[in-house]
Design a protein around this ligand. Sequence first.
Ligand SMILES: Cc1cc2nc3c(=O)[nH]c(=O)nc-3n(C[C@H](O)[C@H](O)[C@H](O)COP(=O)(O)OP(=O)(O)OC[C@H]3O[C@@H](n4cnc5c(N)ncnc54)[C@H](O)[C@@H]3O)c2cc1C
Ligand code: FES
Length: 311
Amino acid sequence: MSDFEIVSRADFSDATYLLEVRHPQMARAARPGQFVIVMEHEHGERIPLTIADFDREKGTITLVIQAVGKTTKEMQRNCRVGTKLHAMVGPMGIPSHIGQAKKVVCVGGGLGVAPIYPQARAYKESGAYVIGVLGFRNRSLMFWEDKFRACCDELIVCTDDGSAGIKGLVTEGIRQSVDKHADIDEVIAIGPPVMMRGCADATRARGIKTMVSLNPVMVDGTGMCGGCRVKIGETIKFACVDGPDFDGHQVDFDDLVARLVRYRRAEGEAMQRFDENCRMRDMATPVAQAPEAAETTPESEPLADRPSTDA
Ligand SMILES: Cc1cc2nc3c(=O)[nH]c(=O)nc-3n(C[C@H](O)[C@H](O)[C@H](O)COP(=O)(O)OP(=O)(O)OC[C@H]3O[C@@H](n4cnc5c(N)ncnc54)[C@H](O)[C@@H]3O)c2cc1C
Ligand code: FES
């Protein structure tokens, strides 16, 4: 099965965009904490993306994506309402365990605000008292405040510069929550590794169970390649099949960060090639509109139609 139509798109900032994709089967099967592996086009790279929302009635799933490199920037450029994703595999990973917790703190930092949403909603539906803690660099990067207000009993927004909510990191929001509520059963945190490490450190002394969602580099997503190996306490796990949720107090964050930067050079080279192709494509556009000039530029073939060599 292939070709999944994009039915809506929203741009939260220059770098962050939302795609709502029609896939009734996936929407029926999706559970909080799971992810999909997406190929935007036939020759594209396979990238893992968290299912940030699903609507079983509409038959859609929602992805929130940050344009950080070649593929996510290519998708930012190409994915419009009415276009289609070439392939989407999932739902993958073990769904988050929504247990019997009566009071939880759901923490999302930056892009992590999107994937924490289905968990906050699921906890609310299970009858728990939900405290949301959302962190952004500044007010202009905020999104989904209304969705969180609808499913949280309390919401603490934190910004680095104090332009919205409290000035400070999400760890300040956690501190305020645990000071106010002595009976918090669980903290769930999703965001950059350094943020998740900070959240785990903030709860360790009080012994509050703290789950984090890990994002190592994934290739096949089936436990075969070993790319997503993570160290959890004394054991080695594969985030794609054993996670992506793990006990934050057990995660070796140094190892995770070291593995995440391992391919930086190749990623930089792919990005440079993509930028150069975009520049040449932009230069080729006016040529295509001027036939007399096109005759003197034999290489005006649209670069976007050439197969990518980065798959
Ligand atoms: C379970 C999981 C869920 C994720 N959910 C989201 C999400 O909802 N939204 C979102 O924007 N991003 C998400 N990511 C990260 C996303 O997959 C990467 O940003 C993307 O693959 C980068 O590809 P690129 O070509 O644009 O950038 P690159 O320049 O190739 O990479 C930029 C950085 O992204 C990471 N990355 C690169 N390739 C992969 C890969 N195959 N798997 C994982 N990480 C990679 C590395 O840290 C790398 O340094 C998730 C990752 C995982 C593992
Ligand atoms: S992505 Fe290959 S083992 Fe997890």
